[in-house]
Design a protein around this ligand. Structure first.
Ligand code: EPU
Length: 419
């Protein structure tokens, strides 16, 4: 078993470069299934969720070659199967994108129910509603989703809930459908826009991504043949912004899209941190104890749920009493029990938590319950006095490329050891 040993406290100082976005990459890789040809993807994060997506495509007969540390060449001219292996799809959440892509390209798909972080109930009813509206028959049984359609026909779809996954999945299924599809109440996250940009680069005709109404004019085929660079990871950039504030440090974050983080920038300035934007870099520093805040997580452009645990670490040592209301997931406060082991004073109940700011945290053995909880506990270990041992690294490796090397470059004393 692997663990991270972190010795703190450290004030983080220096520069860090952000990788490509996990949640864009894990959608764009399945989206390549719609191409009758090849494409090259750049800025692909080398993380375990990406590696599993690629392995699934290989099992479907796709030819894939890494031609650089973050560049991959994909040939989807021939697809030999529409059945994604269940043992692989159950390992991560974004396997649900295989459904929309295979349905769109081949007219049928068999995919295991998706796994991923345990954040409470994670239904896919809106994905299924969208596929059915396009004319597919969908059957969920024995842990599998089976979808098939003799033809997919464009239509108007209203999503009952703002869902990143359903928006992208319906877009994938509609790209090659006959006629025009509209998705109303669509998610507006940067990775939704990135998937639409990728598909348009390959020959699709999608308009309005980034607004709550997306229009997809079906095309006969996607020819591909192009190179596309995955958008920088908004959540990784936000993680380092919050690490700068929590450690009262000074970090310049390169290769990011600052406007994707407007909401976090506003909150950081509200609690006493400083943010300076220069092109695709964000300079964040904080020279005093952050003050209390009230946070509510919401779909983009609201405060992202995927930065809630990292913000929770900042508020655990802030001056005063803070409140976080989680607006997306039922069970995203599991990290607070671990922070309390480190001396925090957090009371979480249901989808709300109250943070009584303490002067400092102390190192302890702690467990990552999910990906972002893991990132938050790394930050907690860096600012805590003494040694923190962090377990369950498989969650962190799903979504952050070279995370301990990046923190080490900023001065953190952090080592991965195998027990
Ligand atoms: N929902 C439904 N029905 C559906 C789909 C979603 O009720 O058919 C509900 C969910 O239960 C949730 C809300 O709608 O309450 C939003 O869920 P969404 O579909 O947007 O989430 P997701 O697509 O499963 C993605 C990210 C998550 C991120 C959420 C919210 C990927 C692979 N995952 O999940 O990322 O938290 O959007 O922004 O894109 C992470 O990266 O750590 C992570 C968990």
């Amino acid at each position: 078993m692997e663990k991270l040993i972190i010795n703190g406290p450290t004030r983080l100082v220096g520069d860090v470069t952000i990788s490509g976005a996990k949640n864009a990459a894990v959608a764009i890789i399945p989206a390549t299934l719609l191409i009758d040809g090849t494409c090259t993807l750049e800025n692909v994060p080398n993380i375990s969720d990406v590696k599993i997506s690629i392995s699934i495509l290989e099992k479907l007969g796709v030819k894939i070659k890494w031609i650089g540390p973050n560049t991959v060449h994909i040939d989807t001219t021939n697809i030999s199967s529409s059945r994604a292996p269940l043992d692989m799809t159950s390992k991560f959440r974004a396997s649900y994108y295989m459904l929309g892509a295979l349905l769109g390209r081949l007219g049928n798909a068999e995919v295991g129910l998706p796994g991923g972080c345990n954040l409470g109930a994670r239904p896919i009813d809106q994905h299924i509603k969208g596929f059915e509206a396009l004319g597919a028959k969908v059957n969920v049984s024995q842990g599998k989703v089976l979808a098939e359609a003799s033809s997919l026909v464009g239509t108007s779809i209203y999503l009952d809930t703002v869902s990143v996954g359903a928006t992208i999945n319906v877009m994938l299924a509609a790209v090659l459908a006959d006629g025009t599809t509209t998705i109303d109440n669509a998610a507006k996250e940067p990775h939704v826009v990135d998937v639409a940009n990728f598909l348009n680069t390959m020959g699709a005709d999608i308009h309005g991504a980034g607004t709550d109404m997306i229009k997809i004019n079906g095309v006969k085929s996607l020819k591909g043949g192009a190179t596309y660079s995955v958008v920088p990871d908004q959540i990784e950039a936000g993680t380092f912004m919050l690490a700068a504030v929590a450690s009262k440090g000074d970090i310049t974050i390169h290769n990011c899209v600052p406007e994707h983080l407007d909401c976090l920038t506003a909150k950081i300035e509200e609690i006493g941190g400083h943010v300076e934007i220069n092109g695709d870099s964000i300079h964040v520093w904080c020279d005093s104890r952050p003050s209390k805040a009230i946070i509510k997580t919401q779909p983009y452009p609201g405060f992202p749920t995927d930065l809630q645990p990292q913000m929770g670490v900042v508020l655990s040592v802030a001056d005063g009493t803070s409140i976080i209301n989680e607006g997306i997931w039922e069970s995203r406060f599991q990290y607070t029990a671990e922070l309390n082991k480190m001396g925090a004073n957090i009371t979480a109940q249901g989808k709300s938590a109250v943070f009584e700011g303490t002067d400092f945290l102390s190192g302890a053995p702690v467990y990552a319950s999910d990906l972002r909880a893991g990132a938050a506990l790394i930050i907690a270990g860096i600012i805590a006095n003494g040694e923190t041992q962090l377990y369950n690294l498989q969650h962190i490796d799903r979504g952050y490329e070279n995370i301990e090397a990046k923190f080490r470059n900023l001065g953190a004393d952090i080592t991965r050891v195998t027990e």
